[in-house]
Design a protein around this ligand. Structure first.
Ligand code: PDD
Length: 285
């Protein structure tokens, strides 16, 4: 069928889906989103993504019942598109009303879904490793809520992309590394695999959780404890995780070479372990 959209109860070609100019998602970024990967046409952990959206809806006061329809929307977009490797994008906005900051009660949320094919990252990026650049983390204080207010993320991501990097390493004022603009981060420091704990300062990634499971399956210990930019001097491995890149080794941050400057054994093992989980749950990877 090709690239499709779902909008408030109807399926249509993606170019036919239109929203009013006074939608609060457009005017204020007053909305939540999720990106769900399809492997061989099967969604990977759609339930986890929609649970995360439900938790975000509770925080920002979006009516939770608009999420009830989404499991079926994800399935239908996957089925109708016929895509194998693809991703489904879901967005729920507060709805449409004359522009006013404090949102009125009783608005009807706008529910949007799209499905598009996904070109996997080039294999050489996994073999050679990616470059990252440090950027100050200037995002809001509830990064666990997957909100579409992403201006700090897209500005940092654009600066990194212009320099040829994959993503930023976001650094708070005290040097703490939180995550990337579109991914979570893990590092092997003094021989221990570490990642920032979940909470309000990072997005609790679906891939991050699956990679922690993969680590447990492979007998790799993970410490959910934050680390600082200075600690990267002692890091032998660093990698991003997200729905697109799965487990992507990083071999350079700015001018600093990580470890030997090549992807290391922990990231390789965990990419394999992650793909084992995907294969088990979707039938392909
Ligand atoms: N974002 N941290 C941030 C800030 C993210 O935006 C994302 C993913 C992640 C990883 O989450 P997950 O493993 O569930 O993909 C972490 C999606 C892919 C996006 O914005 O397109």
């Amino acid at each position: 069928m090709g690239e499709l959209a779902y909008l408030n109860g109807n399926y249509m070609p993606i170019e036919c889906a239109k929203i009013p100019v006074e939608d609060r998602g457009l005017q204020f970024g007053d909305s939540l989103y999720e990106v769900i990967r399809l492997y061989g046409g099967a969604p990977f952990r759609a339930g986890g993504h929609l649970e995360r959206m439900r938790a975000g809806a509770r925080v920002v006061g979006l009516p939770e019942d608009c999420i009830d329809v989404l499991p079926e929307v994800v399935e239908e977009l996957a089925r109708r598109s016929g895509f194998g490797d693809a991703f489904v994008y879901i967005q729920v906005t507060r709805g449409v009303c004359p522009r006013i900051h404090a949102f009125p009660s009783g608005l009807q949320p706008t529910v949007i879904g799209t499905v598009r094919p996904f070109d996997r990252l080039p294999e050489e990026l996994y073999v050679e490793g990616a470059t990252a650049y440090a950027e100050p983390d200037i995002r809001w204080g509830r990064r666990d809520v997957k909100a579409t207010t992403l201006l700090p993320n897209i500005l940092a991501a654009t600066r990194v992309a212009r320099k040829g990097g994959y993503d930023a390493v976001l650094v708070e004022e005290d040097g703490t590394i939180t995550e990337g603009t579109v991914s979570n981060l893990f590092a092997v420091i003094d021989g221990i695999l570490r990642t920032h704990p979940v909470g309000e300062r990072i997005l609790s990634g679906i891939t991050r959780a699956a990679v922690i499971e993969a680590a447990s399956n492979k007998g790799v210990e993970v410490l959910e404890e934050s680390f600082r930019i200075q600690d990267l001097d002692r890091a032998t491995e660093l990698f991003f995780t997200n729905t697109y890149c799965e487990v992507l080794p990083v071999v350079r941050v700015d001018d600093h070479v990580v470890g030997e400057g090549a992807p290391g054994p922990v990231s390789r093992t965990l990419l394999e372990g992650f793909r084992d989980i995907v294969r088990r749950e979707t039938g392909s990877a």
